[in-house]
Design a protein around this ligand. Structure first.
Ligand SMILES: Cc1cc2nc3c(=O)[nH]c(=O)nc-3n(C[C@H](O)[C@H](O)[C@H](O)COP(=O)(O)OP(=O)(O)OC[C@H]3O[C@@H](n4cnc5c(N)ncnc54)[C@H](O)[C@@H]3O)c2cc1C
Length: 370
């Protein structure tokens, strides 16, 4: 049933995403993904990750929605990788609220999502990490987040905060629409500009007990922490697929696609994408369908993440070799696509993730045992 949903959803998704792809350059220039997020809301995609019991389709948040979530994240990645990044954060936030939020918080937030609210997960700390201190009516926050994707668009974020009474991180759902606290100019990366992943200041923000999601340390529980890397890998794969397709189109138009060395490059890029697809889809199923050991599923997802990163970097290298200076021409979307993909594959602590995956595999005895 899940597979049939994915197959029938894809053509619609491609039609939906064509206008998004067409304005990806403008979104980068203006730093405004607002119209694209509105399009996702209108198409019901922002509400799709809600649990089925809450009127959603469990897209990326419940086992049955896994294949479709993978397909949608890839299709979005092909259309505009920056928008895919925002959607991935939104799915992650809905999932964390569904997993760890109290009944009242879930109900309130799910209603906001049904009305079109975009969510995010802001974990990366700025120089002063976000911390909580008790106050009369709940908790007061200090510190700031960096890499806060979707500044100006994300209405509420799941924020990772330090608690005075625990070594483990606490998740909290915090309103983040205060423009005076946002510093979009702090986002100076050369890629993924449209995500506006700047800084947000939480100093003095007060939250009540209902804003807290779960217990300290819940954020790190597997298979949903490292296991969740399959989602950004799926989006990155979409970025690689778009770059690969654009490269083939340019080579074909130039009458160069059948030159033997160009054929070899096309083969390498296509194989890299397909290898990543097989890994990412398998990892998504392992993590979201459950049934196995949570640590094993997370380790498998970390292998898939690494293969995807390698595949994306291979596609970028091959496209640059195949097209030469044309790949650097700012009038061609390929130039932005390779900048976006090159940055997006740089996620936190890749060496530690690789080490964790290998150690888990050694402990399990084989890859198949994960
Ligand atoms: C486009 C984009 C959007 C993002 N959006 C969000 C968001 O909305 N919310 C959010 O929370 N985060 C977001 N992030 C940030 C993301 O979660 C990571 O924090 C970020 O990508 C880390 O990248 P880095 O290269 O600085 O990582 P690092 O972890 O600094 O890795 C750089 C290198 O240093 C190595 N390294 C790391 N730690 C050590 C160590 N202790 N000793 C030795 N070597 C080490 C790594 O293995 C790697 O080789 C986003 C990132 C990007 C690129």
């Amino acid at each position: 049933m899940g597979d049939r949903t994915a197959r029938t959803a894809m053509p619609d998704a491609d039609a939906l995403f064509a206008p998004i792809a067409a304005r990806a350059g403008e979104a980068e220039r203006t730093g405004d993904l607002g119209p694209d997020v509105a399009r996702l809301a209108e198409a019901g995609l922002l509400a799709a990750p809600l649990p089925v019991a809450a009127g959603g389709r469990g897209l990326g948040t419940e086992g049955a929605g896994t294949a479709e979530a993978c397909a949608i994240l890839r299709a979005l990645g092909r259309a505009n990788l920056s928008l895919a990044r925002l959607f991935e954060g939104h799915v992650n936030a809905v999932k964390l609220v569904a997993l760890y939020g109290g009944a009242g918080t879930r109900e309130r937030l799910f209603e906001a999502v049904r009305e079109g609210a975009l969510l995010g997960v802001w974990g990366a700390d700025d120089r002063t990490p976000v911390a909580m201190a008790p106050c009369a009516d709940g908790w007061r926050l200090t510190g700031a987040k960096r890499f806060a994707s979707g500044l100006g668009l994300v209405r509420e974020a799941v924020v990772v905060a330090a608690r005075p009474d625990s070594e483990k991180p606490q998740l909290a759902l915090v309103p983040v629409a205060d423009a005076a606290r946002a510093e979009p100019g702090a986002w100076t990366a050369s890629g993924m500009r449209a995500t506006v992943s700047g800084r947000y200041d939480f100093d003095g923000v007060a939250i009540d007990g209902a804003a807290l999601l779960g217990e300290p340390g819940d954020y790190l529980r597997e298979p949903h922490f490292e296991g969740g890397t399959w989602r950004y890998a799926a989006a990155q794969l979409g970025g690689a697929e778009a770059l690969c397709a654009a490269m083939i189109a340019r080579l074909t138009a130039a009458g160069r696609a059948e030159a033997p060395i160009q054929e070899a490059r096309i083969g390498e890029a296509v194989r890299a994408c397909e290898t990543a697809r097989l890994w990412v889809e398998a990892a998504a199923e392992k993590v979201e369908r459950g049934g196995g050991a949570p640590e094993g599923a997370a380790a498998y997802a970390l292998f898939a993440r690494e293969i995807t990163q390698e595949s994306c970097l291979a596609v970028i290298r091959v496209a640059e070799d195949a097209l030469g200076t044309a790949a650097y021409d700012s009038r061609d979307p390929i130039e932005r696509m390779r900048r976006d993909l090159g940055l997006y594959v740089r996620q936190a602590a890749p060496d530690a993730k690789r080490s964790r995956a290998v150690r888990a595999m050694l402990a399990a005895g084989s890859l198949a045992a994960l």
